[in-house]
Each structure stands twice: as C-alpha cells, then as structure tokens.
Design a binder for this molecule. Structure first.
Ligand SMILES: Cc1cc2nc3c(=O)[nH]c(=O)nc-3n(C[C@H](O)[C@H](O)[C@H](O)COP(=O)(O)OP(=O)(O)OC[C@H]3O[C@@H](n4cnc5c(N)ncnc54)[C@H](O)[C@@H]3O)c2cc1C
Length: 398
C-alpha cells in the first residue's frame, strides 16, 4: 500500500515505522522544517514518554469504551521502544530516556523511520485531501500526492507555533467528521482575586479540591505555584481540562486549597494549634502559623480576616482561620491560551473511528491518531502514551 501520513510528530513517526515494518510504502508530509518539534520540548526537555501505570482513569474522553479498546494494546509500547535501542529509566513509574534528554527519543524514532525507508518531506503543508476512485489526493501548495491510505497525525491546536494549529480538524471535517469543542488543557488557571499579587512566587505542597457549581468533582495533591495571574503546578494541570470545559459551559469553577494536607481534618488542626499554644503561650498566632505555612499565605489570611499582626490564638476567630488554611477558596475566571497549553481537550470523537484499527468509520482508508482525537491525559507520560498506542494500532492495521 502507498501510505501518506500527514504530520511528523510523535504519532506520525511511530505510525510510519510500524507501517513500514508491515511492508507498506510510507511518505510523511510535515509542514515544519524538522520532525518532532514538540517532542523535543516534552517533560522540560527530558521527555516523559510513558507511564508504567497506564489506565483509563488518567484520561479525559467522551468515549471511554473505545479508549479501553485502545489501551488493550498498551503492552506493545515498551517492546516497540526496545526495538529502537532506547534505554529508559523509571521515576516512580514515570518513564524517561536513560539519558534524561528528549533528543534521545527524537533520534531513536527518526533513525528507525529513515532506516526502514520512510520518505519524509519537510516544509510540506497539506491544504486539502480528497478521495477520488478509491485513491486519496493530498494537496500541498506546489504538489499533489496520491495514496491508498491516509493517516491524519496533525495534533491538536496546543502550541500552534510548533505546527499543530488546529488545521487538522478542518481536514477531518472535510470528510464529514465532527469536532467535540476544543479547549486548552494541561494549562495554568487564571483568577481575578485581589490577593494574587501578594502570593506571587509561592511554591507549596497542597491538596486541591475542584468545585463546579458548588459540587466537588475532583481532588488532587501536588506542588502548587501561586502566581500574579492565578495558579499553576502539576496538580492544577491535571484538573485544567475539566475547568476549561466547565468555564466554556458557563459553570462556576472554584478551587479550594488545603495548605495543611499533612493534617487529617479541621478538628485535628485545631487540636494541633491548641497544643502548640499550650506549650508556647507567649507566642502570637503568626509565629505558630509560619511554622507550616508560607509567610505570604499567613499575611493574606490575616488581611482577609482583618486581623492584627500580634493577635494571639485565644483571641482569634479560630474556625475562620482553620477554614482558610484547609479550604482556601480561589474563584477561577479563565485559563491560559493554546499558546501555553501542553495539550487540548476535545477533538474528533473516538466514536467516529474503529478503536481496533484507528480507521475512520466514515471514510475507508482514512486513519486518525494522536492528539487530533478527543482524548487528553493528565501529566505523567499519558499524552505521548496515547500518541504511541494509537499510532501502533494504525500502523499495524493499515
Ligand atoms: C511543552 C510540552 C511538554 C509536554 N510534555 C509531555 C510529556 O512530558 N509527556 C507526555 O506524555 N506528553 C507531553 N506533552 C504532550 C505531547 O507532546 C503531545 O500529546 C504529543 O506530541 C501529540 O502527538 P501528535 O503526534 O498527536 O501531535 P504533534 O506532536 O503535535 O505533531 C503534529 C505534527 O503535525 C504537523 N502538521 C500539522 N498540520 C499539518 C499539515 N496541514 N501539513 C503537514 N504537517 C502538519 C505539525 O507540524 C506537527 O509536527 C507535552 C506538550 C508540550 C507542548
């Protein structure tokens, strides 16, 4: 078969290698002047390419059943990387190349694709694809390519400067595919609270609870980065997909921050504070709170409750203080844009492809893989993980 793959990103290259190994002739068309531009930036340049705990619970999608079918092929991924002579290491189940450099994964994929005979054509922007008499005509600015099968591996619209600007959705739409609304994910969250300038620069371990229209929908634990625009950090990234969608639907999104996750509950925190003040009766409240809270957070709580700097525990509004420490509310008003997002939530519904082959249910011979589909994972190697799994399935079933 003559196969054309649109996009030489993570999923495109893996699909190419697999299709070549299955005896097909493969051309990859890439709009950029080099392959795998995004991959080089992943994991802060270290490329967290897989996670040993691969499970549907780490993904957001409109079609969990199809995702489950795709996940059935997860055991093919590490042997695939072994076949590229890539040595990797695990950090609590998060897999990285042993070198700690994304360029090792880049080289491993590119070397294998070239060795197997991939025809990689750079600076080729695919404008339109048509199907005529069982053949696909892939139109670029200055050239038309013909193929028996076409794979759309164009990514989402996260980081448009790296080539994935959402144009792949239009290519899929021209074949009748639908697009579930697409929003930024794995992205920083914005707020308009007046205290943001006071907590800028704080990094702290905390538990967060996401409330949507007053209902708890997710809890996460991790290091938070408190900034002048709002809030960031892995725990925030992991809920950002839900927040993006909720805000777009006009829902009220509030994050409650527990700055004392080491303490079981509010009663225990009160017990702890009572105990400390029984040992140190001359201390004022700030002196004890600063033993476990960043001083900027202490100052904000004091400001919000209009407390005197020297107030003692016995004269303080104990319940309100404990509530702010363990249930600090932050109203979210927006997210950073696709320019900052690591991925996107939404895309072509999995319902429209056969998850055993990644072939479109609407157009025979058209395959869709990677981030163009409505699947997004949390941090930890899940997004590249989905790119590899979907690419291997397509490459093996073309
Ligand atoms: C900063 C950052 C860090 C990340 N870190 C991680 C991480 O550590 N672990 C993890 O699992 N995930 C991570 N991700 C997410 C991961 O990189 C993506 O999920 C993954 O690259 C998606 O692969 P893809 O092949 O679907 O799309 P992409 O890798 O985006 O590739 C799409 C390719 O298609 C090309 N293209 C688009 N349209 C056309 C067209 N019309 N014609 C020709 N070519 C076209 C693009 O130029 C691009 O090269 C990170 C993302 C970012 C931005």
């Amino acid at each position: 078969m003559n196969v054309v793959i649109v996009g030489a990103g993570a999923s495109g290259l893996v699909c190419a290698i697999r299709a070549l190994e299955n005896g097909h002739k493969v051309t990859i068309l890439e709009r950029n002047n080099k392959v795998l531009k995004k991959l080089l930036l992943t994991g802060n340049g270290r490329c967290n390419f897989w996670n040993e705990n691969m499970d549907k619970k780490y993904y957001y999608t409109s079609d969990l059943l199809s995702l489950e079918t795709i996940l059935e092929k997860k055991d093919l991924v590490l042997p695939f990387f072994d076949s590229l002579a890539l040595i990797y290491k695990s950090n609590n189940g998060y897999l990285y190349p042993f070198t700690g450099q994304a360029i090792s994964v880049y080289n491993a994929l590119l070397n294998k694709a070239l060795y197997k005979g991939a025809n990689i054509i750079l600076n080729k922007y695919v404008k339109r694809i048509k199907k005529e008499n069982n053949k696909f005509m892939i139109e670029c600015e200055d050239e038309v390519f013909e193929a028996d099968k076409v794979v759309l591996a164009t990514g989402s619209m996260a980081r448009p400067n790296l080539g994935s600007d959402g144009n792949g959705y239009n290519l899929a739409q021209s074949f009748g595919h639908h697009i579930n609304p697409v929003y930024p994910a794995l992205v920083q969250l914005e707020s308009k609270e007046s205290f943001l300038k006071d907590w800028d620069g704080v990094r702290t371990l905390a538990e967060i609870t996401l409330e949507e229209n007053g209902k708890i929908i997710k809890k996460e634990m991790g290091e938070l980065q408190l900034t002048s625009y709002g809030i960031s950090g892995i725990a925030i990234f992991n809920i950002s997909s839900l927040v993006s969608k909720g805000l777009a639907l006009g829902k009220k999104e509030v994050i409650k921050i527990n700055f004392a996750p080491w303490c079981l509950n509010k009663d225990k925190l009160k017990e702890y504070l009572d105990y400390q003040f029984s040992l140190l009766p001359n201390y004022n409240l700030k002196q004890i709170l600063e033993g476990f809270l960043n001083y900027k957070i202490v100052n904000i709580i004091f400001k919000l409750l209009k407390l005197n700097d020297l107030v003692k525990w016995n004269n303080a509004p104990k319940e309100k203080i404990i509530d702010y420490i363990m249930n600090f509310p932050l109203i979210i008003t927006g997210t950073k844009s696709f320019k900052e997002a690591q991925t996107a939530t939404g895309g072509i519904p999995l319902e429209e492809i056969n998850p055993k082959t990644m072939e479109s249910k609407l157009v025979k011979g058209l395959y869709l893989i990677g981030e163009i589909l409505d699947v997004d994972g949390i941090c930890g190697g899940y997004n590249l993980g989905f790119a590899w799994m979907s690419a291997i399935i397509a490459g093996d079933n073309i």
